[in-house]
Structures are given as C-alpha cells and as structure tokens.
Design a protein around this ligand. Structure first.
Ligand SMILES: C[S@@+](CC[C@H](N)C(=O)[O-])C[C@H]1O[C@@H](n2cnc3c(N)ncnc32)[C@H](O)[C@@H]1O
Length: 231
C-alpha cells in the first residue's frame, strides 16, 4: 500500500513513521508512506500557504495554488484516491477503512487554519473523511488515525491475522474481554474457563461475552438501540 501525505507539518509524521507496527511495516516494505511539505509548492519568498478569507471574518484560509500543484505533481498519471481530512467529511468507521484498503494508492491532504479554499475540494478531492464530530486544529492527527487503521488491513502488518479478524466491529460486534498474567489482580480473578484448557469452552465464553458487551455498550451494532450504557 502506498500513501502520500501533504501537510505543512511533515515533522509530526517522523516519530509516527518510525514506531511500532507502522515503523516495521515501512521497513519491511508492506507500507510506503511519503510525507510532503505543502510549502514545496509555494512560489513566494515567504513560502505562504494561506491568505485572508474573501468576505472578511476571522482566521486564514489555505490557498488553492499550492494544493493544486502538490496534488497534480504527486499523482501524475497514477490512479490515486485523493482524500481531504475534514470534519465535514464522511465519518471514518470500520466499513470505510475496509473500503479504502481496497482502492489502491491514497493521497491524504491535511488542512489547517479555517480549512482549504473550496475550489481545492471541487478540483482535486475525491473524498472527504472525518474522524468524528469535533474540530481539531489540523488534519495530521486524523491522517495518522486513518493510516494506522488502514495499515492493519495490510496482510502481514499485524502479526496474527486472526487478531485483526476478531477486532471490534468485525462481524458487527465488539471484541471480548482480554486477560493476562498475573492470574489475580487486587482480588479479581481471571475467569476460570480461560485457564481450563478447554478450547471449545473458551471460544463459547468469548462469543457470549462479545455479544453481551455489544448489546450493553453498542446495541446499535446489533440493530437495536435499547441497551443500557456500560462505559
Ligand atoms: C480548524 S479545522 C477547520 C474546520 C472548519 N473551519 C470547519 O468548521 O469545518 C482545520 C483542519 O483540521 C482538519 N480537521 C479538523 N477536524 C477534523 C476532523 N474531525 N476530521 C478530519 N479532519 C479534521 C481538517 O483538515 C481541517 O481543514
């Protein structure tokens, strides 16, 4: 999977790209992540990427020319899905992650300030993606969330494919509870079945707990809304 990112803060991606599963995926050639400084496509001495909004009002707007230059140069003749991170976009969820994991190369565009000039959306954006109904100061954290979720779909990035398949939201339910050593923590014991060695019984217990938990916390996933909150 190849992902290009355009941002005015490329340095934010340095530790991200060097750490844990993402770092290993890049090193092992499973993921290609190229981060570009938007200012490379500016033409003035101050490398300006923003300007005052037409119509007045507060804040600055990212101007179109650097974005158009960046997207066109980076995509060239390649088939690339160009995504603008935006609170106004389609809400990111497991379904969208799986869809995007299938479409091939991606270009992620990280906005700042009041956002990007509307004509950028019209001319070079295929899809806008939001990570939730709240506003962050930039698209970098949303881009990292998307990259991390996508990377888990690339075979080999997560050591055990089974663990991805059993994650929350697969099969429309939440994950079951997990335990590790020590066996007793402040008087709380690991459920007996998990140390029984009976794999069929363990599997049944996990399925049951996953369903119970989903019904309580996220009844919407099971197609009903009448569960009680348990968070
Ligand atoms: C301060 S926000 C601009 C918000 C814009 N004025 C609005 O209200 O829709 C600056 C940039 O952060 C990014 N951003 C902020 N919140 C986001 C979210 N929930 N999901 C994805 N990107 C977000 C976008 O790239 C956006 O252009």
């Amino acid at each position: 999977m190849r992902i290009d990112v355009v941002t005015i803060f490329p340095e934010l991606f340095e530790p991200f790209a060097a750490t844990s599963l993402i770092g290993r995926a890049i090193e092992g050639g499973l993921l290609r992540l190229d981060v570009h400084d938007l200012r490379r496509w500016t033409t003035d001495r101050h490398r300006t990427v923003d300007d005052e909004p037409f119509g007045g009002g507060g804040g600055m707007v990212m101007s179109a020319p650097p974005w158009l230059g960046a997207v066109r140069e980076l995509c060239g003749d390649r088939q690339v899905t160009r995504i603008l991170l935006s609170p106004q976009g389609r809400r990111l969820d497991d379904r969208l992650v799986r869809e995007l994991a299938q479409v091939g190369d991606l270009l992620l565009m990280c906005g700042r300030y009041e956002g990007v000039d509307e004509r950028v959306r019209e001319l070079v954006v295929d899809l806008e993606v939001s990570i939730g109904d709240y506003v962050l100061s930039g698209g970098e954290v949303p881009a990292m969330a998307l990259i991390e979720a996508l990377s888990r779909q690339v075979p080999g990035v997560v050591g055990l494919a089974d663990s991805v398949e059993r994650d929350s939201f697969r099969d429309g339910r939440l994950d079951f509870p997990h335990y590790t050593r020590p066996r007793v923590v402040e008087g709380l014991e690991v459920p007996e079945v998990l140390v029984s060695g009976d794999h069929a019984a363990i599997e049944r217990w996990r399925q049951k707990r996953a369903l119970e938990r989903t019904a309580r916390r996220r009844p919407d996933l099971l197609g009903s809304d009448d569960g009680e909150a348990d968070r």
